[in-house]
Design a protein around this ligand. Structure first.
Ligand code: DAH
Length: 346
């Protein structure tokens, strides 16, 4: 077979080629052991030197041409296959993605953090105390000796020996902090934390809830200082036109003791269902630290004075976000947390 015949045959063969497999077959047909190009050199041994050189030259030429052609066609085929693949696998990057549900922080935690920041801005530190507390700190040193009737107001979880209990209030952190302060100096702390009472759980009661305790110890402290501080909290949480008032009350660890009221943010004081027609909402208890409590904390009550307060964190959050069931805070339903998030940004 002549060089031209081989090349013509190849041209024809590659006309309809469409797969890699066909190329492999063609490689065998032309360049394989028994391929057409190899055939050219079959009887070279019998040829004269001159003829052999000529045939060798031609066969090399054909081999080169055939190889080049096959590579060319192979590349073309690969490019075509890639284009086809890209077309079928096309991704529309402008399509919107799948939205994943995101959680948000618990609304109660947010309120606590918010108040922590507010108080830290006024020079307060954030303190902590144990939830499993001694009767001594939870009651005794707070001027609530055994058998004191005011203990009844806080249905307490006791362990069997009556020495340890689940703290029923965050007030024990007051005495703990005073005793911890060895060089007697001014104190400004708030202590948010869990407290426990033997309550049946319903929409407004929980056996475990959260208080935010506050304590300030210094010289020449009066109720006016407490009022000013409470004012800041009320306005920060419920709007700048909120007014505050004290109502006389009784707590064994403060003297005098007061209830902390804010003017109703819903009706502005006219009276509505939220303030039960009174125009005022109670959000916590407070007072001037009782001299006995100061002494129990190692502070000379002739030199030092102070105020203390306790807010119910859930109560503040319920009022602020219009929540009617306290159990809402202890579930992780995204439908709730996300609505609170929206309410907050409104
Ligand atoms: N511990 C009180 C309670 O649980 C709240 C309270 C009242 C805290 C007056 C105080 C305070 O620090 O001075 O009812």
């Amino acid at each position: 077979m002549k060089k031209e015949d081989i090349l013509n045959s190849l041209e024809k063969d590659i006309e309809n080629i469409s797969t890699q497999k066909e190329i492999i077959d063609l490689k065998a047909k032309y360049l394989g052991k028994k391929g057409m190009v190899t055939e050219l050199t079959k009887n070279m041994r019998d040829l004269s030197d001159e003829k052999r050189r000529e045939v060798g030259k031609i066969s090399n030429e054909v081999k080169k041409l055939v190889t080049e052609k096959l590579i060319e066609i192979e590349n073309k085929l690969q490019a075509m296959e890639l284009t086809k693949k890209l077309e079928t696998e096309k991704i529309d990057v402008t399509l919107p993605g799948i939205e994943l549900p995101f959680g948000t922080s618990n609304i109660l935690e947010k309120l606590i953090e918010d108040l922590e920041n507010l108080f830290m801005g006024m020079g307060y530190d954030v303190e902590e105390g144990p939830e499993v507390e001694k009767d001594l700190y939870n009651f005794e040193l707070l001027n609530l000796p055994k058998g004191h009737p005011a203990r009844d107001a806080q249905d307490t979880f006791y362990t069997k020996d009556d020495i340890l209990l689940l703290r029923s209030q965050t007030s024990p952190v007051q005495v703990r902090t005073m005793l911890k302060t060895t060089e007697k100096e001014p104190i400004r702390i708030i202590c948010p934390g869990k407290v426990y009472r033997r309550d049946d759980d319903d929409a407004t009661h929980s056996h475990q809830f959260t208080q935010i305790e506050g304590l300030l110890i210094d010289k020449n402290i009066s109720l006016a200082d407490l009022k000013g501080t409470f004012d800041v909290v009320a306005k920060h949480l419920f709007g700048s036109d909120r007014e505050t008032r004290f109502r006389p009350s009784f707590y064994p660890f403060t003297e005098p003791s007061v209830e902390l009221d804010i003017s109703c943010f819903n009706c502005g004081g006219k009276g509505c269902h939220i303030c039960k027609g009174t125009g005022w909402i109670t959000v916590g208890g407070a007072g001037l630290v009782h001299p006995k409590v100061l002494e129990n904390g190692g502070y000379d009550s002739n030199i030092w004075g102070g105020f203390a307060f306790g807010f119910g964190a859930e109560r503040l959050a319920m009022l602020k976000y219009g929540i009617t069931d306290v159990r809402t805070f202890y579930t992780t339903d995204l439908r709730n947390t996300n609505t609170f998030d929206r309410r907050e940004s409104e």
